[in-house]
Design a protein. Structure first.
Length: 299
């Protein structure tokens, strides 16, 4: 599976892409009329943001409708979500590219919704999913629906042979750690844990290449290629691995308000209140469905 890489333009590249002069780009930056970000003193322009900015402002002749968005829920992989999309009869497919990449694809109009579980570097109590939406000024018509709360932690081999109990233990033991792609929710959690423990990423014995999903991490541990990695309790239980709990996190679906009321998403939302889903969640373990289907934020 390919990892979605965010392409960043310099000011000169953005000007060439938009067929404008650099001076005009700087004027638009000062006016706040073009999507951009500043990194180490330089203005950078995400291509997906520029594309979305362009398409959202297109003038269409009377009677011409917008192209249909692909019936895909992109973003984070989750076994219960994947099962629910199928069993609910929603007709929606999944595209597991990680929380940040999935969110970017949603903003760009490439997918109907995104499954996200973001984590703030500093504040463990911060609601990073809601913050991400609030920070995107162009998202004025979205709704954040709770899918569940999930238990995230460290997966280890049966019996926990290295006696790991924390991220500090992982570093001290030089345990081989499965990484997730940049921007994946589990990788953001790992970076936050390292930051709070004052441990740098390069102090870990990273296993490469990065694992695309939690089940990929489980497979690496079962095969003996890795000692640990961050994934959900449900993944650990399914793979017959031991689990060291770290945090319960919100796992949400972000979508446009208009799409929330359409049959595909309504099929899924209605299914979130079903006994079938609750039974499946109990079988997997590590899920709290008390918030399933509730509106967490509207913008």
């Amino acid at each position: 599976m390919q990892v979605h890489i965010v392409q960043l333009f310099t000011t000169a590249e953005a000007a060439a892409y938009l067929r404008l002069k650099e001076r005009k780009i700087y004027e638009m930056v000062a006016e706040g009329t073009v999507p951009c970000t500043k990194v180490t003193g330089r203005w950078l322009f995400p291509k997906t943001e520029l594309d979305h900015w362009l398409t959202s402002s297109v003038m269409r002749p009377a009677g011409m409708t917008r192209p249909e968005t692909a019936p895909i829920v992109g973003g984070s992989h989750d076994p219960l979500l994947e099962w629910a999309l199928r069993e609910s009869g929603s007709g929606l497919a999944t595209l597991a590219v990680g929380s940040e990449a999935g969110f970017s694809r949603f903003v760009a109009g490439e997918t109907l919704a995104a499954a996200i579980h973001l984590h703030a570097l500093e504040d463990v109590k911060a609601d990073a999913n809601v913050t991400a939406i609030k920070n995107r000024g162009e998202l004025q018509d979205v709704v954040l629906i709770a899918f569940c709360r999930r238990e995230q932690g460290l997966l280890v081999a049966p019996g926990n042979p290295l006696k790991l109990g924390s991220i500090e233990d992982v570093s001290r033991a030089r345990a081989r750690v499965c990484m997730r792609p940049n921007g994946a929710g589990a990788q953001l959690l790992l970076l936050a844990l390292l930051h709070r423990a004052k441990v740098s990423l390069d102090q870990l014995a990273a296993v490469t290449p990065a694992s695309q999903t939690g089940p990929d991490i489980a497979q690496a541990i079962r095969a003996g290629r890795a000692d640990t990695g961050i994934a959900t309790r449900g993944v650990a239980n399914t793979a017959g691995l031991d689990f060291i709990p770290i945090i319960w996190e919100p796992f949400d679906l972000v979508m446009r308000q208009r799409d929330y009321f359409q049959p595909p998403m309504q099929s899924l939302v209605n299914f979130l209140h079903s006994e079938e889903l609750r039974t499946r969640a109990r079988e997997l373990g590590g899920y709290d469905l008390s918030v399933a289907g509730t509106v967490r934020f509207v913008n």
